[in-house]
Design a protein around this ligand. Structure first.
Ligand code: GLU
Length: 451
């Protein structure tokens, strides 16, 4: 087990492999079928594109973009496109794999995919972002499509980005019903109002239900709980409001420039208005300033990392002062940190469950577009709530049954592999991955290997 201060491998693709390997001994029949495990883990298709874009300075600048289809076993690829300086092929491969597990876990009929462009949107004008988006969409060509791979927003992309992607794809495919090629579109262009904020809403429903069914001893509601949120983008900001409305105290929030802390609870709406005006929460009057990563260590009952990957690592996991971590971001906690948190009795609701609300509503938008219908927003929110609650129960039940059967899983693993190495105690992440991987395996076996 890693200890505080030990350097660990932060390559996200390697991290997804470690998480997968932890789940394999618990995924019945998978370890007897080593080849199937590899089939499920390896990405199906990796595309790298070079994007020349004319910037406002009159020069052509070169950008790099990626789209990875991790798995289409359960349906067309689904997953966001992020604009971020750290986007790289290993990061996009990892995010695509998490999408496969996420879609399988919440049972929407998609595989997993992800895209990214290496860029800093703070340095690009709106016109430059539009030209970059259009060039990327054109370069992807028929790699994306309503029945092959369906992008959506992610870090630093939004409904406007999806409108440009839709328009570009549509110009290239005239006369076809192209609306379902991307989700997270503006409402006026076939989007759903509930998509904005759906990730946060999903995390909220999962947490609320987790507490209601006894996930945290002695606590059954959010009322009066202290919540810290790292990230004040789409997921973090909506989460702050939802948890506040349910009676929790939001004691700290942060964005990429820094954080603010008020043990008596922040006025979330006001802090949001402050950010709209000044571009950051830093400097919000009446709150103590803290470094962006420092918010993670502020004492609280629920910690919600809602920013980027690798935030809770072996370096700071020993100082996290909370009872429950709810991963609204993708991949915020490393495997070594998972172990440290578990040893310290801190529970963690994993990303593929906690942040799946986004893709669930994306599925509703896609289905609405395929049917040429307009779904009622209240119905969509209710359907989301049901799906998140059901998925929470599935994960909790599975963790309990894995823990109960630990000895027999160990025996089967030792027999199959000849290794005496103890298999790790199953946590909620492993349980969620086991459910997801088994669903993918079942679909793979039902389809068979072609030819
Ligand atoms: N980017 C979001 C995620 O990581 C949503 C993906 C989607 O809606 O397709 O889950």
């Amino acid at each position: 087990m890693a200890t505080t201060g030990v350097t660990e491998d932060l390559n996200l693709h390697h991290i997804t492999r470690q998480q997968f390997d932890r789940a394999v001994p618990f995924a019945d029949n998978l370890h007897g079928w080593r080849g199937i495990a590899e089939w499920l883990f390896e990405p199906e298709h990796i595309m790298e594109v070079t994007l020349p874009v004319l910037l406002d300075d009159g020069f052509v600048h070169m950008f790099r973009g990626y789209r990875v289809l991790h798995s289409a076993i359960r349906g067309p690829g689904k997953g966001g496109v992020r604009f971020h300086p750290d986007a790289g092929v290993d990061e996009v491969k990892a995010l695509a794999a998490w999408m496969s597990w996420k879609c399988a876990l919440v049972d929407v009929p998609f595989g997993g995919a992800k895209g990214g462009i290496v860029c800093d949107t703070h340095r690009l004008s709106i016109g430059e972002q539009e030209r970059l988006t259009r060039r990327f969409t054109a370069s992807l060509g028929d790699t994306i499509g309503p029945h092959t791979d369906i992008p959506a927003p992610d870090l630093y992309t939004n409904a406007q980005t999806m409108a440009w992607m839709y328009d570009t794809y549509s110009m290239m495919h005239p006369g076809a019903a192209n609306l379902p090629v991307v989700t997270g579109k503006p409402v006026e262009l076939g989007g759903l109002a509930a998509r904005d904020g759906a990730t946060a809403r999903g995390a909220f429903y999962v947490t609320e239900h987790f507490l209601a069914i006894g996930g945290l001893a002695g606590i059954d509601s959010l009322d009066g709980l202290r919540v810290v949120i790292q990230g004040f983008g789409s997921a973090g900001r909506h989460a702050a409001q939802l948890f506040r409305d349910a009676g929790a105290l939001i004691v700290a929030v942060s964005d990429s420039r820094g954080g603010i802390h008020d043990p008596a609870g922040l006025n979330v709406r006001d802090a949001g208005r402050f950010k709209d005006e000044s571009g950051t929460v830093v400097g919000y009057p009446g709150a103590e300033a803290v470094p962006s990563k420092g918010v993670l260590e502020i004492p609280c009952d629920i910690l919600i990392p809602a920013a980027i990957e690798n935030q809770i690592t072996s370096r700071n996991a020993g100082r996290i002062d909370t009872r429950l971590v709810v991963e609204a971001a993708n991949g915020p906690t490393t495997p070594a940190a998972d172990d440290i948190l578990a040893d310290r009795g801190i529970k963690l609701i994993p990303d593929i469950l906690a942040n799946a609300g986004g893709v669930v509503v994306s599925y509703f938008e896609w289905a609405q577009n395929i049917e040429n219908q307009q779904w009622d927003d209240a119905d969509v929110v209710e359907k989301l709530r049901k799906k998140m609650r059901r998925s929470t129960e599935v994960v909790i039940t599975r963790r309990a049954s894995l823990a109960e059967g630990l000895e027999s899983y160990q025996e089967a693993w030792t027999n199959a592999t000849g290794s005496d190495e103890p298999i790790p105690k199953p946590d909620l992440r492993t349980a969620a991955q086991v459910v997801a991987i088994q669903r993918c395996r079942t679909a793979a076996l039902q389809r068979g290997v072609w030819p």
